[in-house]
Design a protein around this ligand. Structure first.
Ligand SMILES: Nc1ncnc2c1ncn2[C@@H]1O[C@H](COP(=O)(O)OP(=O)(O)OP(=O)(O)O)[C@@H](O)[C@H]1O
Ligand SMILES: [Mg+2]
Length: 246
């Protein structure tokens, strides 16, 4: 279970997250929606330790990250958290100087100390499951955007994260690729992964998310089953937002 409680984040005097609380049950997908600037990416960056939270806490697989602990303690817990949380960034951030295989085995070998052969065997299986068998020796620069994204997903999954975070995974994909990404992510949920996905595409989230969380002004306005939030939102602000969405 992923638990976020009373999470606050400020940049200088500007409070971006104003007390966010929610839970994500295991083996489910939470879709996060909200207007540009509402704090979605900031929330994700707090959940993977890239931003330091100012108040509140998050728990993931027995790692608890909370505000108001010593900086040294916080750093230690972020280190633990990074073993539990995988992130697929919008621009993938693949290592350009490493082959596809090299990208995927990097963290398992250097962080988890997985033997290289074992990591390679698993990486090849992952590549096959993301539909990229045969690309192991290519370099990221020679792959299409959609292919690079699949490598980024395989790379994140190679660490066996308890939680996978994806920030706007559909922004660079054509409609056919969006459908296959949806199917791909669902197969990983069926295998036991838990995900939080930020997206501006309600069509995409409708088919992949179990629950939806709508943020506005750094607060959770509505959170519930996908079907309910997208089709019969309770809060007028959610209704308004959805009427403007695609
Ligand atoms: N490092 C930072 N320093 C100062 N302000 C920041 C920083 N990072 C984000 N912000 C501000 O926080 C607010 C929320 O940004 P965030 O990127 O989380 O929005 P978002 O919901 O992901 O938007 P989008 O849908 O456009 O990606 C914005 O006003 C942004 O300018
Ligand atoms: Mg964003």
């Amino acid at each position: 279970m992923i638990r976020v409680s009373g999470l606050r984040k400020r940049f200088g005097a500007n409070e971006i997250l104003k007390g966010i609380s929610f839970e994500v049950p295991p083996k489910t997908v939470l879709g996060v929606i909200g207007a540009s600037g509402s704090g979605k990416s900031t929330l994700l960056r707090c959940l993977n330790g890239l931003e330091t939270i100012n108040d509140g806490a998050m728990e993931c697989d027995n790692v608890r990250l909370e505000a108001r602990i010593s900086p040294a303690d916080y750093r230690r817990r972020v280190k633990d958290l990074r073993l539990k949380v995988g992130t697929v960034f919008q621009h993938f951030h693949l290592f350009p100087h490493l082959s596809v295989l090299g990208n995927i085995i990097e963290a398992p070998v250097h962080v988890l100390r997985t033997p290289k052969k074992t990591a390679e065997t698993e990486a090849l299986q992952l590549l096959e499951s993301v539909g990229l068998a045969g690309t192991a020796n290519r370099y990221p620069g020679s792959l299409s955007g959609g292919e690079q994204q699949r490598v980024a997903i395989a790379r994140a999954l190679a660490m066996h994260p308890a939680l996978l975070l994806l920030d706007e995974p559909t922004s660079a994909l054509d409609p056919r690729r969006i459908n296959s990404l949806r199917a791909l992510l669902r197969t990983f949920v069926d295998r036991g992964h838990t995900m939080i996905i930020i997206s501006h595409s309600m069509g995409f989230l409708g088919g992949v998310a179990d629950n939806i969380l709508f943020m506005e002004g750094g607060l959770v306005v509505e959170h519930g089953p996908t079907e309910e939030v997208l089709n019969s939102p309770k809060d007028p602000r959610t209704k308004d937002f959805l009427e403007q969405a695609d």
